[in-house]
Design a binder for this molecule. Sequence first.
Ligand SMILES: [Zn+2]
Length: 470
Amino acid sequence: MPEPGPEQGSAQGPEQVDLLISGCEVVCLDDADTIIRNGAIAVRRDRIAWIGGADDAASRFIPSSRIGGDGQIAMPGLIDGHVHTGQQLLRGKIAEFARRGQVKIPVWKNYYIPFEGLLDPEDVYLSGLLCYADMISVGTTCFAEAGGPHPDEMGRAALETGIRGFIALSTIDHGAGVPDSMMMTTDQALSRNVDLVRRWNGQDQDRVQAWLSLRQIMVCTTELVRSMADAARELGTRIHTHLCEGTYEIDYALEHFGKRPTEYLEEIGALGRHLHCAHSVLLSPDETDLYVTHRLTASHCAFNNYHIGPHALLHMWRRGIDIGLGTDGAAAWGPLDIFQVAHAARIGQQLVAGTPIHYRDVMSGEELLRVATRGGARSLGMENRIGSLEVGKKADILLVECRELDQTPHVDPMFAVANTAVGRDVRTVVINGRVVMKDRTLSTIDEEALRRDLDRRLPRIMERFEQSRR
Ligand SMILES: [Zn+2]
């Protein structure tokens, strides 16, 4: 349950609050599926203090600031459960290589990791500013970074932009063809991860935190995986990894360990609630059971996953596995727009689980929105703080346009946010009680200065990258 909010009552006269959003429709996505047609949300400091009708709010509160929500829908911020901050500047680049007929497979080994390997800390900071500004502009208020270079710089960018998130370090201690700058000894891999978590967690701010990370079983030794699992238990933190993402990974596990990836991790004692597994596409029935038994969490990256296999999202969701949605970052095909990931997942699930049995609407847009919010929050261990609009939860709130021509006629706010809305319909974003975007203008970032920095740094980064790929 969320922590109880401050007592409210008009008997003592109007109460002071920091922010009042009123006149909007409110889609709470709470257990009762509360929808308020002319609603209001009061925010005190970083939390939601009150939710109710706009008329009631007018007599109850004296707000320090106010946002009129007329013609808009308030809903919980979206959660991206798997993103690569360090690949933000690669957007469109692999497609360009492909047009030149130059793409080498596998892409992650030939492009993603080498690209991350040539970024210096300032590049990652810039990448972070752009990535988090991009996310905020399409309604993502919390992210989980998969693990990339210079994570402290991601943290710096996240603190500045006002987004909530979990940063992580790319962690590789094994495997051929990995650039020197991305390779660590097993001891270094463990100590750098543990130090990162100790530096970021337990500070006075809790908005930006760090997780441990293991890139993938092919590039992490058994010794490292074991010791990282021990560290996660000891530190009370999570490990972000890619699991059951490709056929190459299944073959690797069968060849080297005689077991499928999740079974191998069970054998070495690495499974537990601490393990957050991106993709999780090629799960055998036994592996799905292991996800349930060990309460593994997962992220469904719909733009990618259906290229790999018929992802069992609906089946996993119904079995109670805590799964949310992810974008897999800007180097993947899609935008960082979780609304669009949800739409893609709806079509994907229909094809996988509905159409073959002549079932017309096997996973609705509304259910996908619950995966994106409540599921996402549970998958990050954040269900008491984010994922729905409820008194006592963190004030991570979107105001979404619903009167554009492509949303007309507007009948049902739940239908609108679940089916017709995309990220660019998000007008205003509040994270941790702070307005970080108002009427599509970011308040924490100077967008022009960011574009100038990109114009200056990006050509040099791409020149280094192109040279390294020749
Ligand atoms: Zn990934």
